[in-house]
Design a protein around this ligand. Sequence first.
Ligand code: ATP
Ligand code: MG
Length: 431
Amino acid sequence: MKLVATRNKGAKDILPADIHKWRTVEQVAADIAECYGFKEIRIPTFEKTELFVRSVGETTDVVQKEMFTVTGTESSFTLRPEGTAGVIRALLQNGLMNEAAPQKLFYFVNCFRHENVQKGRLWEFHQFGAEMAGSHSPAADAEVICFAGDILKGLGLQNISLHINSIGCPKCREEYYKVLREFLSPNREKLCGTCQSRFEKNPMRILDCKSDICKGIAEGAPLITDYLCDECREHFKRLCGILDEMGVEYVIDPKIVRGLDYYTKTVFEFISDDIGAQGTICGGGRYDGLIEEIGGAPTPALGFAMGLERVIMAMESQGVEFMPEPGCDIYIASMGENAQGQAMKLIRELREAGHRAQGDVMGRELRGQLKYADKIGAAYSAVIGDSELESGKVTLKNMKSGEKTELPLLPLADFVDKFTDISMADMFDED
Ligand code: ATP
Ligand code: MG
């Protein structure tokens, strides 16, 4: 039987027509990262399963239901469901914490989660993320939040609201878990299976369950913010104070608990109303216990991750401008074998001078070549045939306006020089 190759519904092809959108986001995020002094790190796509179980947390949806895991003879490996665990593993394994503190890293990663495919929710998706390790100070929280916010602003997004909360530390949670269990216990049997298993170990996770029944039961539950210890309360108050001084707008949202277990103290989300139910574009927070949990010296840290599919969806829905699609500055058509060789030489010289130049590799007739030049949106075209070779002149045509300019063809270097001192950008501006 003949194979008809199809892609899985949980993954997406990113086609050439959309690449400029991704490049826009990548460029803006990397530029702003540089302003903030974050350096890029690239890590492997998979890690030992244990790393994610320990860091993301045993009672999270990600670990309980969503991981793509390959079990080998010696070890079990998992395609990363998020970037933080791997980045922190790399930070420790490579001794980066011995360098200046804080360590500030950013990354672009593809992530894998086996969850219900819907708008804004895929099996393979992409994140831009950043992590800062080494600082306890609320100033670090403010800086990381502003970094994420500046990227969204830099991309031209509007109406994105910043929600912040503090989910305290293990000390605050002792008391909070008790009252939360008391609140939930009359309905314990009605909770979904996963949440029943979370009831003892991590009842706060129930507040992040996606099931409508669990959401209903959790309605009106006591809030962690009422149970913060002095240190956590003070930390949150100072963070709010700094954000106020910086003029950053935010909403305190005591309902944010985040989907990953490693968070402590500050958590935050950037939410858009323009992309449907999965409106959280970026999520992050502090994770002061994680580094120690995976074998490092106790080190406070925090970070965020932005879902790039959701960022691009929001940009599209708001009609934000992307950087232009890559184009063609000049197409050199040729007629006859002699001219073809000269055209290819000329095209190469133009490329060396930094121009986006193309010519015929299909063996097309002249008409077909010019039709192709039009299709690919070439800004200029020129035709080289025997008569041009003889006269040493070539006519450059502005494909949009039809305006023609005669230029010397030989020596070729002069021709190239002619181009390089008339910048293409200037030429575009004229029409
Ligand atoms: P959600 O509540 O939407 O499931 P989450 O809390 O699981 O999000 P994080 O683990 O914080 O998300 O990931 C950070 C960001 O990555 C999210 O805010 C979102 O933009 C994006 N993201 C997470 N899961 C997916 C997915 N399955 N498909 C596409 N983007 C995703
Ligand atoms: Mg999720």
